[in-house]
Design a protein around this ligand. Sequence first.
Ligand code: 13P
Length: 287
Amino acid sequence: MLVSAKEMLQKAKAGRYAVGQFNINNLEWTKAILQTAQELNSPVILGVSEGAGKYMCGFKTVADMVKAMIDGLGITVPVALHLDHGTYEGCYRCIEAGFSSIMFDGSHYPIAENVEKTKELVRVCAEKGLSLEAEVGAIGGEEDGVIGMGECADPNECKQIADLGVTMLAAGIGNIHGKYPENWQGLSFETLAAVSEKVGSMPLVLHGGTGIPADQIKKAISLGVSKINVNTECQLAFADATRKYIEAGKDLQGKGFDPRKLLAPGVEAIKATVKEKMELFGSVGKA
Ligand code: 13P
């Protein structure tokens, strides 16, 4: 069932667990994540970056594929199709294409402009029944080979954006996308606690879920995080399983070159990763 992320995240916040957002890249990725969610009776959010949307031939192709797959696979758990780190224009394109949820990442704008654009999107999303994620405090990550440390959001700015009526809020708490560097200081729970106190019942989003130790994930959930984004970890698991298949020469045996066989170990690896995360986040059985 394709739904907005509002209800699933409000339930998660009240029940002190988190719903995973897993980014998709193609049909195999989407199918693996949907099947795992159904098997574990867990709500799920499919994340699509603008780059991945382009790769998959546009947001309409993605939305139509996801809707058809939910139907074709008989998926009954709540599924949100969400734009990840959307630009202002990207948000409108996803609304048009039939997404059920969007993220407007205005964190790189001055706060006044972030507020103004987020406010407008709050109104549009409310009209159309979509959930909206906003961001305060940029999330670090690798850019041109340099890993930027994550910023810590200003709790007052978080309140300002939360009060506009967004569905969920991503606040930078020292988290970064991709692998964490050796010298990473860990999540700033001080920032998270301060943001949580300011925004009350608003579900908080933790980006950069790959590589955050389990104890820090649990603590973040206890302090109000209700949505956790995971992308790189599924990519690493897929690549690793595919490499092993090829290195073992399995593509050269019988019809091992058939893409349905060649991609199968990678798909199983994505499923195992998603399952592990859903268990850690506490969303199993919460559909
Ligand atoms: P990772 O790739 O570090 O898991 O981050 C995913 C993410 O936050 C997507 O917005």
